[in-house]
Design a protein around this ligand. Sequence first.
Ligand SMILES: O=C(O)CCC(=O)C(=O)O
Ligand SMILES: [Fe+2]
Length: 226
Amino acid sequence: MVLIEQLLTKQEVSVIRQHLDQVPWLDGKGTAMGMAAEVKNNGQADTNNQTVQQLANSLLAKYGDTAKLVSAVLPHKIFPPCFNRYSSGETYGFHVDAAVMRMPNSAEVLRSDMSMTLFLSEPEEYEGGELVIQTEFGEQSIKPRAGDAVTYPSSSLHKVTPVTSGVRIAAITWMQSMVQDTHIRELLYELDQNIQQLLSNDAVPRAQLDSLHHVYHNLIRKHASI
Ligand SMILES: O=C(O)CCC(=O)C(=O)O
Ligand SMILES: [Fe+2]
């Protein structure tokens, strides 16, 4: 699980929220597959609406430009983000996301390796509504600031606890990684994060950085399937 702080600025969040106030919202069950529908109780912005599509496209561009996201996920394909909303009493019980999804209006499919929730409501705006992810170290619960995003393996069981007051709005997406193996992807992320830190340290000799880049990019070359 990786927290990407301030993927969006407060200003960007505010613009999206203003647009989302104007679009039609549907029952979220309509887009849940199989067993997930039984535990899904929320609203979803109508993906046929032009404003919703434009918002999703602007987020897609932003995601591709976010270094920490690219480093953690190594995305090959990103599903256009969906906007969801939980009002008081709404929740999404434990589920795993569908393994394979068809891209909207296309025959292309995407294997979901990583899921991401981008929070568009401040934690003070609602009670409950924590994103809970089951990991090998137990359950992790998170409720970050508006503009922050959380990525987690799509294979993990996760849920959103009931919102008991206020409204929780978020953008959800699924990504197919160039590196399918979660463990290798995590190691590549750790390596890249360390390289990025060393880059800002003037004391590190250039030859050492070149060598680390060499290792990183050749590991990507070996493990990426595109
Ligand atoms: O609202 C969230 O944070 C997660 C939603 C979710 O798990 C899903 O749509 O599959
Ligand atoms: Fe999910």
